[in-house]
Design a protein around this ligand. Structure first.
Ligand SMILES: *Cc1c(COP(=O)(O)O)cnc(C)c1O
Length: 394
């Protein structure tokens, strides 16, 4: 009898006992303000589909047209035979949407980070990283082999202190931060961070996954939000959240994009985005460039929902964006809250350790432009009832 897989069974049962085992619900409808989850129609408060583009008829049609014209798969990595005119169009359009000289697309935001960090820094260098940065930044940083030095969350003074303590020990330093932090919904003080990186002439990279299509004029992102055009070296983004499709993008200075064509490993060694994804993303850019209507509605919805939740007495933490954490404290309470919401037809996930710190469990509500006032009111009513039932509000 072999024992070599027993450790996995042990680990899995420990996860289950501790309440950290991921149980994944199954969706059998397109993404939208409501979903069919485990066979039941529920209000969708979970997805990153900020603008409702995931099932927008124009985006879906563009995917179908690209599929008809270019087929299902790219059939190769981009450097060998996987770059279509569609991929190049999308890169041009994204660069102009973002107001940067150049852009390169990847299979996902995760891949974009895995491509970018190891291309820009190596063993002799250091990455100065916000302590709450996303896992894909952490993984890209580890792959690079550079020293990883953390600074206190959104704290430019601590950033400067860390730089001064370390700057003589390394060949290059790169400072990296999330634009919008996905668990708390707070925005990095990019203007102040840039002031520090400019003072010491360090590379600056921002991962704007939750800011793309959300922050700035018509969703142009965090650099536009702070008016810092031309000064941030690298903007990483995702096409999987507000853009409603799937894919990643790096936008920035021409040399950096040219270098990623030569040294971005997910670009060189993994197949391209599919034609359907690429065509769909192009249409998402068209929609964003035509009008700010969806982005405006997203913010109106978020303002309404957050104001009403605060009136009910809920603690929404640090959020200044449509990401709405409802702070509950202990993980079992957050899990119970989420289950009771689901029973009342509202799908909103609880998040606990290790996704967020111990004792800071929460329900994270993701507001979308696709929610109507009725959807939001239905959600508010469910929160009010469950909040009272569980003694969170009075
Ligand atoms: C979601 C997210 C990613 C990953 O994006 P995908 O396109 O889903 O791979 C990367 N960085 C941050 C900060 C994110 O929030």
């Amino acid at each position: 009898m072999s024992n070599r897989l027993n450790w996995i069974d042990d680990e899995l049962s420990q996860l289950k006992d501790a309440g950290f085992y991921n149980r994944i619900r199954t969706i059998s409808s397109p993404q939208g303000p409501s979903l069919i989850v485990d066979g039941k129609q529920v209000l969708n408060f979970c997805s990153n589909n900020y603008l409702g583009l995931a099932n927008n008829p124009r985006v879906v049609k563009a995917a179908q047209e690209a599929l008809a014209q270019f087929g299902a798969g790219p059939a190769a990595v981009r450097t060998i035979a996987g770059t279509t005119s569609l991929h190049l169009d999308l890169e041009k359009r994204l660069a102009s949407f973002k107001g940067v000289p150049s852009a390169i697309i990847f299979q996902s935001g995760y891949c974009a980070n895995l491509a970018t960090l190891p291309a820009l820094v190596g063993k002799e260098d250091a990455i100065i990283s916000d302590e709450l940065n996303h896992a894909s930044i952490i993984d890209g940083s580890r792959l690079s082999g550079a020293a990883i030095i953390r600074y206190a969350h959104c704290d430019p003074a601590d950033l400067e202190k860390v730089i001064l303590e370390n700057k003589d020990n390394f060949r290059r330093m790169l400072v990296v931060t999330d634009g919008v932090f996905s668990m708390d919904g707070d925005i990095a003080p990019l203007d102040k961070i840039l002031a520090v990186t400019e003072k010491y002439d360090l590379l600056l990279m921002v991962d704007d996954a939750h800011g793309e299509g959300v922050l700035g004029k018509g969703g142009r992102g965090i650099v536009d939000h702070f008016g810092l055009h031309g000064r941030v070296d690298v903007e990483v983004g995702t096409l999987s959240k507000a853009f409603g499709v799937v894919g990643g993008v790096v936008a920035g200075k021409s040399q950096i994009i040219e270098w990623l064509h030569q040294r971005g490993r997910p670009f060189l060694f993994s197949s391209a985005m599919t034609p359907a994804d690429t065509g769909a993303c192009l249409e998402a850019v068209n929609i964003l460039e035509e009008s700010t209507e969806l982005v405006d509605r997203l913010w109106q919805n978020a303002d309404y929902f957050k104001t009403e939740m605060k009136k009910l007495g809920f603690n929404l933490g640090l959020s200044t964006t449509p990401i709405t954490p409802v702070m509950l404290g202990e993980a079992p309470l957050a899990q119970q809250f989420s289950r009771s919401l689901f029973d009342r037809g509202v799908f909103a996930m609880s998040l606990g350790f290790p996704t967020v710190p111990r004792g800071k469990a929460r329900i994270r509500v993701m507001i979308s432009a696709s929610h109507t006032r009725e959807h939001l009111n239905q959600g508010l009513e469910a929160f009010a009832v469950v909040g009272k039932e569980l003694g969170v509000i009075s």
